[in-house]
Write a protein that binds this ligand. Sequence first.
Ligand SMILES: *[C@@H]1O[C@H](CO)[C@@H](O)[C@H](O)[C@H]1NC(C)=O
Length: 332
Amino acid sequence: MCGDCYGASAGGAAEARAAGAGGRRKRGCVGTALALVALAAAAAVAVLEGTAGGVSYVGDGWLHECAKWDADGGACSCPTSSAPAWKEKEEERVVLADPDVAVRVALGLTVDAPRGRLLIVYAYRIPRFGYSAVAAYELTSWCRLFLTRLDGPGDSTLADDVVVDDEGNAYVTDAKGNKIWKVSPEGEPLSVIKNATFSQRPGWINNLVGLNGIVYHPSGYLLVIHTSGGDLFKVDPKTRSVRVVEVKGSLKAGDGLALLSPARLWSPPACRLVESDDDWETAAVTGRYVGPAHRIGSSATVKDGDVYINHIIGFGLGKKTHVISKAAFAPL
Ligand SMILES: *[C@@H]1O[C@H](CO)[C@@H](O)[C@H](O)[C@H]1NC(C)=O
């Protein structure tokens, strides 16, 4: 999972607004408040390229849940409550701050490159489970395309991560209710994928955090990790069939996933490389990356064939230093 990203005001949002304000205001260009941070394009490229180990930058917030590489924009994006971009000491700058979700936290995000959009999941800070939503923003203007509430009245949910399929449908995991919401490219809630198979193991300790990281496989199915139980599921969104992938090795505490290739998956925070040679009927943990020991990996992203790991907690007095490190795998 998914800590939260803490809410704060965003100083640098004016720049992002300026970029969006000239165009058609769809349903509200984003204003000030909380949300997402994109690391300025050119600078982020320079930094990623310039340091073999990845990127480190400073900002105001403690918790940064997720970072994704945006190949077209050349920007790396991560959600948080306050501000990123890169300056001398690689300072963060807020480029997107949506006032409609100001008291929530941003969790998983995904770049939907074919449609030039960024999707972000929002929820309340734990331990409140009364709000789950997914929003989409235009990458060029940061205008919001939709903000869709996912939970119903009285539901106990925690929207956690999101991925899109080839047609632009979004799939959002519910780490509390163990289900997957499907949302159309226009933001309409379409269906909910629920299955008893998602709750493999009894006991609260095995269900503290449920469905979490999710990826869309090019063969047309979803791979989803259950954090506390450590189970990996293969889900066909068309038939809604759910299978447990038989994994050799442990995936306990698995968080945001990244698909390195159709047969290779990366799972933080224990930094495991998982491989399958039979289209994810079975798989094995084959490699491990040892990152900064005092930091916790929470999401992974792929840039030019390399995996970069976002670490959730920043350190420091005053400004917090955050690290997105390049993973070099050691075979097990
Ligand atoms: C759950 O998945 C199993 C196995 O794929 C399938 O047979 C069953 O119909 C599914 N249940 C629901 C409620 O969709």
